[in-house]
Structures are given as C-alpha cells and as structure tokens.
Design a protein around this ligand. Structure first.
Ligand SMILES: [Zn+2]
Length: 121
C-alpha cells in the first residue's frame, strides 16, 4: 500500500492496545496503557489540521515533561503524587507520532491516523 493512497482513519485516528514483550506487565503499566488509550484519540483530534511547525512546540513540551518528570511519575517518593503531567505528555507525543507513516507503537499501545502496512486494525 502506498502512503500517498493511505485512507485516513478520521478525526480520532486509530488507537489500540498491542502486546509488547518489552513492556512490563504490572498494575502500573497496564493503567498507563489504559490512560493512553483514552487520551491519545483526544490529542489526535486536538492536533487535526495543524502543520508540523504548529505541532513542534507541543512535541517539544511533551519531550521536556517526559525527560524531566518521568522518574517522579514512575517512582513517586513517599507522600508525593504521580500527577506530574507525564501521562498527558506521553499521550500528546504519541498523538504527534501517530501522524507519521506507520504510526507509533510504544508502551503496549499502537496509534496511527491513516491505514498502513502492518497496522493491527
Ligand atoms: Zn496503525
């Protein structure tokens, strides 16, 4: 299938859970995947019609939050919250990557905005 002829998945794209042998299957990561399944379509909708230049700041902000707060999200210290913004940043970043040919697969979740070879849809 040529990428130029790829059929668009519509305003919310396509997001699904996938088995990933590299993803640790525990309570925390299963809930992260569930959160991503709910959030990524919202970000795909929000990003519709935006150019790559318009999305670049969003992707940079997501990368910054993930880089600086992922430890606190994954390993919160006693008495502190996991509310670091990392889950939303992961979803926003994955929504940007979902626009690329082949979409994105990470953390047990696949997301894309158009049909492509190898898509689990
Ligand atoms: Zn796909």
């Amino acid at each position: 299938m040529s990428e130029a002829a790829a059929k668009d998945h519509g305003p919310v794209g396509y997001t699904t859970s996938v088995y990933d042998e590299d993803v640790e299957r525990d309570y925390f990561w299963e809930n992260v995947a569930l959160g991503l399944l709910g959030l990524i379509p919202l970000f795909i909708t929000e990003q519709q019609g935006k150019s790559d230049a318009e999305l670049a700041p969003m992707a940079e902000r997501a990368a910054y939050v993930i880089a600086y707060k992922a430890d606190a999200f994954q390993y919160p210290t006693k008495g502190k919250t996991r509310a670091t913004g990392v889950l939303s940043a992961l979803a926003a970043g994955m929504a940007v990557l979902a626009r690329t040919p082949g979409g994105v697969t990470a953390l047990g979740v696949h997301a894309c905005t158009a049909e492509h070879e190898g898509c689990p849809k």
